[in-house]
Design a binder for this molecule. Structure first.
Ligand code: LFR
Length: 495
């Protein structure tokens, strides 16, 4: 039995998870959990990268304490698209900026105008999201950023934290595929895209695949923490890539929803899908493990509810999650709906005024009370899931018999049930710790303790509870869900 350590960093919190692989069974132990709170400094919204490094160190200490010895290896996964820049001396030139910062306002539009959607999509295979790395770097380039001029190396967030621990600079593949600077056909950086964004080629090096060796903890760090050697590996460092690797599907043809701050819905495909349909639906092709691709779409997800709850907390009162969901259930169907993917919901700050505005613009009554807002958000998400599920079927040319949901969002049982109702198909929910498990699975595969993703998925299936939700009215969409979906589509049309 080997014990390995996963650091999984989400936009709201991070965790250090020890994984033990026995005979075809995985056991998890969360040894450290910490908040990940962005910091507004002047005009910029930043990640608190050094605090995250501090928390990684605490996680390493806790891992040794709980396991009784150093784990055999460790790896980091995190949210995508964000990065730090290093100078010639290897020092970090500036604090990484949060993807929800407004420095990219208007940048994507200008690049699309200049180069055309077909050209950008055929080269990068990436969906158009205003915060993609390419637009962040183009913003820096347009603004004549001194940091960009000095930079010698770009490291994505997990690459950067790993570099702080090991002194080794490596750019990992799955996360690189979220930048908009990588060509999925060559599977490497694309000089034409770099040129289009005004980004220096020198920042980029050959990519490391998930599972690749990435050094050891530096001696200085081992001295500081009193630790022995720990091998550091590349995980599938994009958290969504790790989550998809952990979907407990036994067949090749399945649909997934990685449910957290974001909801990422799609399917795994052997080759990138660069069709006109994929472009029209604004799908993305992000790299997965063992050469697979994740044809998927970002849905705004539970972010809207999380941000609404933060707004209520600032105002002095926010009902607990359980209480809130009870209120939601007590309300009748047929209340107001929003399009969760309207871009006005992307940025941080008070959400309820934006929800009211959307309702007003579409001629709906405003939600009432805490439960009213939460119901509006959750019902709209479940309906958007059906909308994107159908597009996933069309873009991939596949049909799915149900939906696998993984990630912390599955703890919201109401959302799982409403998703099953909305799709008229079963939902299989679990495991909740998808990204951490996928991170560990890649480490076990690299060590030869699991033969590959297929075996990993079977072992995950045997090790964790997967709860099945059937649509309330039996298979096929119930009349109530169909009515809501019809109304939802009509509202989308209006905007
Ligand atoms: C989910 C995720 C998404 C990515 C978004 C921003 O945690 O990684 O896949 O689009 O965060 O980085």
């Amino acid at each position: 039995m080997t014990t390995r350590l996963a650091f999984d960093l989400g936009a709201g919190s991070g965790r250090a998870v020890l994984g033990r692989l026995g005979s075809r069974r995985i056991e998890l132990q969360e040894v450290h959990r910490f908040p990940n709170q962005p910091v507004q400094a002047g005009p910029r919204l930043h990640w608190d990268i050094l605090r995250l490094l501090h928390e990684l160190k605490q996680g390493l200490l806790q891992a040794k304490r709980h396991a009784g010895q150093e784990p055999a290896s460790m790896a980091i996964d995190s949210w995508a698209v964000d990065f730090g820049l290093l100078g010639a001396d290897g020092e970090l030139l500036g604090n990484p900026v949060h993807y929800r910062d407004r420095r990219t306002d208007g940048v994507m539009e200008r690049l699309r105008e200049r180069h055309g959607d077909e050209w950008l999509f055929s080269r990068s295979g990436l969906q158009f999201l205003p915060f993609n790395t390419i637009y962040q770097l183009a913003a820096m380039s347009e603004q004549g950023s001194p940091q960009l001029k000095q930079a010698q190396t770009l490291l994505m967030i997990p690459d950067l934290l790993r570099y702080f621990l090991t002194g080794v600079k490596r750019q990992e593949f799955t996360n690189a595929t979220t930048t908009g600077l990588l060509n999925p056909q060559t599977r490497s950086w694309d000089n034409e895209l770099l040129k289009a964004a005004g980004v220096p080629v020198r920042l980029f090096a050959p990519l490391a695949q998930p599972g690749a060796a990435a050094g050891e903890l530096t001696e200085a760090l081992r001295g500081e923490l009193g630790l022995g050697p720990i091998e550091v590996l590349c995980a599938a460092e994009h958290d969504t890539a790790s989550a998809v690797a952990a979907v407990p599907a036994l067949e090749d043809n399945f649909a997934y929803l990685s449910c957290g701050t974001w909801s990422l819905m799609g399917t795994e495909v052997p080759e990138p899908v660069l069709s006109a349909e994929a472009l029209r639906y604004n799908f993305t092709n992000e790299g997965g493990v063992e050469g697979s691709w994740r044809l998927l779409k970002n849905i705004m997800g539970l972010w809207i509810l999380e941000e609404t709850r933060r707004e209520w907390e600032r105002e002095g009162h926010c009902p607990g999650y359980a209480e809130l969901l009870q209120e939601v259930q007590a309300l009748p169907a047929g209340g107001p709906l929003i399009d969760p993917d309207d871009s006005r919901f992307l940025h941080a700050g008070a959400m309820t005024p934006r929800i009211r505005e959307w309702c007003r613009e579409t001629g709906q009554p405003e939600p009432r009370g805490y439960g009213g807002y939460a119901r509006c958000i959750l019902e709209s998400l479940a309906l958007q899931y059906r909308y994107i599920f159908e597009q996933t079927e069309q873009a991939s040319g596949r049909r799915f018999s149900g939906l696998h949901m993984v990630g912390g969002g599955i703890q919201n049982r109401l959302l799982c049930q409403w998703t099953a109702d909305s799709l008229g198909l079963p939902v299989w929910a679990g495991p909740a710790e998808g990204s951490a498990i996928g991170n560990l699975a890649v480490q076990w595969i690299a060590a030869g303790e699991l033969s590959g993703v297929r075996e990993a998925r079977r072992v995950i299936r045997d090790s964790f509870d997967v709860e099945q939700y059937e649509p309330s009215g039996g298979t096929g969409t119930s009349a109530m869900a169909a009515e809501a979906y019809g109304r939802f589509l009509a509202l989308k049309e209006k905007m």
